[in-house]
Design a protein around this ligand. Structure first.
Ligand SMILES: [Fe+2]
Ligand SMILES: [Fe+2]
Length: 212
C-alpha cells in the first residue's frame, strides 16, 4: 500500500506469471471512497489495510467501472465489512451485480451524471467496457483532478507506487481506447477523454501518470 497522491492510497496485486499489476484505490476524505475492489483474494489482503486507514470511518461509496473480477470481484467481501457502502456503477453493471446476488445499495449512474459529497465531486463518462461493448463508466474526481483510468492507459509490469509524467494528449494517445472496434463509440470516447483535464491518472493497470 502506498499513499500515491493527495488523499489517495494505492493497493496492488501482481499476477506473477504474467507480471500484471492490478491496482485499487482508496480516496480518504470525510466520506471515504473505494475505487475498484480487486478480485476476491486481493480484497481479503487489502481489507485489513483499508480498515487500518479508515479506523472508525465508514466507507461511503465503492466505484465500479465495469463488471469484471479485478474491478468488483471482491465487492461482497467489502460489503460484509461495510454493509452501508453504496456501489456506484452503470445500469448494465448493476444488472450483473444483481444477477450474482450482490444486492446491497446500488446507485446507478449515466455518463454526464455527477457524484458529489462533502469534499469530492466526481464527473462521469461512458466507457464501452462491459461484455458486448455495453456501457461501463469512468470516473474523474474534479476537486483533486484525479482520473481513474480502469483498463485505459494499460501497461504490463510491476508498477506499484510508480508515477510517470505525460501530457494529457500523450496519455490519451496510447490509452488503449483505440481498441474499441466501433467507429462511433471510439469517436465519442476520444471526445469525452479530450474534454477532461486531470492532473493525475490513477491507472487500473500500469504506472500512474502525473499530467504535465
Ligand atoms: Fe476490465
Ligand atoms: Fe482491469
Amino acid at each position: 500500500m502506498t499513499k500515491i497522491y493527495t488523499d489517495l492510497y494505492q493497493f496492488t496485486q501482481v499476477i506473477e506469471p504474467i507480471k500484471l499489476s492490478i491496482h485499487q484505490y482508496l480516496l480518504v476524505g470525510k466520506e471515504p471512497i473505494l475505487i475498484q475492489t480487486g478480485a476476491m483474494p486481493q480484497t481479503e489482503v487489502t481489507l485489513p489495510q483499508i480498515k487500518e486507514i479508515l479506523g472508525e470511518m465508514q466507507l461511503k461509496y465503492i466505484l465500479v467501472s465495469h463488471f469484471e473480477s479485478d474491478e468488483c470481484g471482491g465487492l461482497s467481501v467489502v460489503l460484509k465489512e461495510y454493509p452501508n457502502a453504496i456501489t456506484v456503477c452503470s445500469e448494465v453493471t448493476a444488472r450483473q451485480l444483481m444477477g450474482f446476488g450482490i444486492t446491497n445499495q446500488v446507485e446507478i449512474k449515466k455518463p454526464t451524471d455527477t457524484l458529489s459529497g462533502n469534499d469530492f465531486e466526481f464527473g462521469i463518462i461512458g466507457y464501452p467496457s462491459e461484455m458486448h461493448l455495453w456501457e461501463g463508466l469512468l470516473f474523474i474526481e474534479m476537486k483533486r483532478g484525479i482520473f481513474f483510468s480502469s483498463d485505459l492507459m494499460f501497461a504490463m509490469g510491476e508498477n506499484h507506487g510508480k508515477i510517470i509524467e505525460k501530457t494529457w494528449d500523450e496519455a490519451i494517445g496510447f490509452s488503449g481506447v483505440e481498441n474499441i472496434p466501433m467507429g462511433d463509440m471510439l469517436d465519442k470516447m476520444m471526445r469525452d477523454l479530450r474534454a477532461l483535464s486531470p492532473r493525475f491518472v490513477a491507472c487500473g493497470h500500469g504506472p500512474c501518470v502525473k499530467v504535465l
